[in-house]
Design a protein around this ligand. Structure first.
Ligand code: KG4
Ligand code: ZN
Length: 330
């Protein structure tokens, strides 16, 4: 059994976790930066990097104390090495390198997307490769066939905005605040999803990809018109996103016959409507549906520690001069 310390700092959550290869989460610590970014209506990279630098050392101390372990008990240090806001990624990766160097432990440089992609296996020991993964976050909207650790086939991606980005922009347009996804979900709960006619870009299209830019523009027009309640726009928008996600995932399922399960991960997977619609789709295909708990869907370090554990078990460690990467497709 191996014990992995994971560090996440690619966007606006600073997180540290201790996870063992037998799927025990000994500690997971998270420091959000919402208050620091809220006045700007979005994440400011420079503010994020500084906040990660301030938050990481005490979070590492807290994680070790919480788990009751010393750094020497850890078998490897896993840190997000990209993709993401490069200043923040560098802070987390350099911190991971420093720990690895000081404690004489191997370093595992983790792709943040691989963290999301493997996170369902942390909570579901029965989830076997290959599985079809809908990865929906603030920066990504992809369908991946997860064939094994380090082995991913990308079946579809967005040609413009990510789904989470569309949620965040809709929240901004409707004055619902930041972060947008949860705010839109709350507003949508008291809205009518049929009240505002909105497009479903690429619905039924023979090509595999996603598109949300046209939907975002339509939401802007609906908001500007003054004709609709914010709750109704939020509900209609959410339903349009769900319809697009389901249509594209249904298309991919038809091509991924070998998949053992339909899995969703990434921040947008925290949306209850999205989860329910995907669960129904999996049911229609007689397939298992796996969705990590909400806290594991949004950015966290347990998924980075777990991806680190999977890579460490496969003998995949990295040299101390491994570079931080702002862009890093899976
Ligand atoms: O995976 P994540 O925490 O960070 C990235 O790697 O991007 O995803 C954050 C995204 C944000 O766009 C946020 O608005 C969205 O996930 N999100 C949601 C919900 N919770 C978070 N979108 C819709 N409904 C939610 N409940
Ligand atoms: Zn993420």
């Amino acid at each position: 059994m191996a014990l992995i310390l994971g560090i996440e700092s690619s966007c606006d959550e600073t997180a540290v976790a201790l996870v063992s290869s037998d799927r025990t989460i000994l500690s997971h610590q998270l420091a959000g930066q919402e208050a620091a970014h809220a006045p700007y209506g979005g994440v400011v990279p420079e503010i994020a990097a500084r906040a990660h630098a301030d938050a990481l050392p005490p979070l590492i101390e807290a994680a070790l104390a919480d788990a009751g372990v010393a750094l020497r008990d850890v078998d490897a240090i896993a840190a997000t090495a990209g993709p993401g806001l490069i200043g923040g990624v560098m802070v987390g990766l350099v911190t991971g390198k420093a720990l690895a160097l000081a404690a004489g432990k191997p370093l595992v440089a983790v792709n943040h997307l691989e963290g999301h992609a493997l996170s369902p296996r942390l909570v579901d020991a029965d989830l076997a490769f290959p599985y079809l993964l809908l990865l929906v976050s603030g920066g990504h909207c992809q369908l991946l066939l997860v064939k094994g650790v380090g082995s991913y086939a990308r079946l579809a991606t967005t040609i413009d905005d990510a789904a989470g980005e569309a949620f965040d922009k809709t929240a901004k347009l409707l004055g619902l605040g930041f972060p947008g996804g949860p705010a839109v979900e709350r507003a949508a709960a008291s809205g009518d999803a049929r009240a505002v006619p909105l497009p479903r870009p690429l619905l039924g299209s023979a090509e595999p990809h996603f598109s949300f830019a046209g939907l975002k523009s339509a939401v802007a027009r609906a908001a500007d018109s003054g004709q609709y309640r914010a709750e109704d726009i939020a509900a209609s928008f959410s339903q349009a996103v769900i319809d697009c996600l389901i249509d594209r995932t249904r298309r991919a399922l038809a091509q991924a016959g070998e998949a053992t399960a339909l899995v969703v991960a990434g921040g947008v997977a925290a949306n209850r409507g999205v989860r329910a619609a995907l669960e129904q789709l999996a049911g229609e295909h007689g397939m298992r549906f796996v969705a990590p708990p909400l806290w594991l869907c949004t950015d966290n370090a347990a998924m980075i520690a777990w991806a680190g554990a999977e890579r460490f078990a496969a003998g995949l460690t990295d040299p101390l001069d491994v570079a931080a990467r702002p862009r890093w497709p899976l």
